[in-house]
Design a protein. Sequence first.
Length: 90
Amino acid sequence: MSLRLQSYDTPEPYDGICGGEKEVALATRASSRLLELLNSNTFAVETFGVDGTGSRTLATIRIAGRDVGEVLIEEGLARRWPDGDEFWCR
Protein backbone atom coordinates (compact mmCIF):
# COMPACT_ATOMS: atom_id res chain seq x y z
CA MET A 1 0.00 0.00 0.00
CA SER A 2 1.27 3.45 -0.92
CA LEU A 3 0.33 6.28 1.46
CA ARG A 4 -0.11 10.00 0.91
CA LEU A 5 0.25 11.62 4.31
CA GLN A 6 -2.26 14.42 4.64
CA SER A 7 -2.14 17.86 6.26
CA TYR A 8 1.53 18.50 5.57
CA ASP A 9 4.00 18.63 2.71
CA THR A 10 7.76 18.20 2.49
CA PRO A 11 10.21 19.31 -0.20
CA GLU A 12 10.74 17.07 -3.22
CA PRO A 13 13.82 14.84 -2.89
CA TYR A 14 14.40 14.00 -6.51
CA ASP A 15 14.58 17.21 -8.54
CA GLY A 16 14.42 20.32 -6.39
CA ILE A 17 11.34 21.67 -8.18
CA CYS A 18 11.70 25.20 -6.85
CA GLY A 19 14.53 25.18 -4.33
CA GLY A 20 17.31 23.35 -6.15
CA GLU A 21 19.98 21.65 -4.06
CA LYS A 22 18.69 23.28 -0.86
CA GLU A 23 15.28 21.68 -1.42
CA VAL A 24 16.77 18.24 -2.13
CA ALA A 25 18.93 18.44 1.01
CA LEU A 26 15.94 19.44 3.17
CA ALA A 27 13.87 16.64 1.63
CA THR A 28 16.55 14.14 2.56
CA ARG A 29 16.58 15.44 6.14
CA ALA A 30 12.76 15.28 6.35
CA SER A 31 12.69 11.69 5.04
CA SER A 32 15.41 10.63 7.46
CA ARG A 33 13.61 12.23 10.39
CA LEU A 34 10.31 10.55 9.49
CA LEU A 35 12.04 7.17 9.33
CA GLU A 36 13.72 7.86 12.66
CA LEU A 37 10.37 8.70 14.26
CA LEU A 38 8.68 5.60 12.85
CA ASN A 39 11.53 3.23 13.67
CA SER A 40 11.86 4.39 17.27
CA ASN A 41 8.20 4.66 18.29
CA THR A 42 4.96 2.74 18.21
CA PHE A 43 2.64 4.45 15.75
CA ALA A 44 -0.91 4.22 14.43
CA VAL A 45 -2.04 4.80 10.85
CA GLU A 46 -5.48 6.30 10.16
CA THR A 47 -6.70 6.07 6.57
CA PHE A 48 -9.18 8.34 4.79
CA GLY A 49 -9.82 7.07 1.26
CA VAL A 50 -7.57 7.70 -1.76
CA ASP A 51 -5.80 10.72 -3.25
CA GLY A 52 -6.84 12.48 -6.46
CA THR A 53 -4.84 10.09 -8.62
CA GLY A 54 -6.50 7.07 -7.03
CA SER A 55 -3.11 5.45 -6.51
CA ARG A 56 -2.35 6.31 -2.88
CA THR A 57 -4.29 5.91 0.34
CA LEU A 58 -4.69 9.18 2.28
CA ALA A 59 -3.43 8.71 5.82
CA THR A 60 -2.33 10.30 9.05
CA ILE A 61 0.38 8.67 11.17
CA ARG A 62 0.21 9.31 14.90
CA ILE A 63 2.75 8.69 17.63
CA ALA A 64 1.24 8.87 21.12
CA GLY A 65 -1.79 10.55 19.52
CA ARG A 66 0.29 13.22 17.77
CA ASP A 67 0.42 13.63 13.97
CA VAL A 68 4.00 13.09 12.78
CA GLY A 69 3.42 15.96 10.36
CA GLU A 70 3.19 18.34 13.33
CA VAL A 71 6.61 17.15 14.52
CA LEU A 72 8.16 17.73 11.09
CA ILE A 73 6.54 21.16 10.81
CA GLU A 74 7.81 22.21 14.26
CA GLU A 75 11.30 21.02 13.34
CA GLY A 76 11.32 23.10 10.13
CA LEU A 77 11.25 20.05 7.86
CA ALA A 78 7.73 20.41 6.44
CA ARG A 79 4.89 22.88 5.86
CA ARG A 80 1.16 22.76 6.42
CA TRP A 81 -0.66 21.59 3.34
CA PRO A 82 -2.23 22.90 1.19
CA ASP A 83 -1.84 26.50 2.38
CA GLY A 84 1.55 26.53 4.10
CA ASP A 85 4.53 28.52 2.83
CA GLU A 86 6.94 26.54 0.64
CA PHE A 87 9.87 28.10 2.50
CA TRP A 88 12.37 25.88 0.69
CA CYS A 89 11.56 27.72 -2.57
CA ARG A 90 13.06 31.01 -1.37
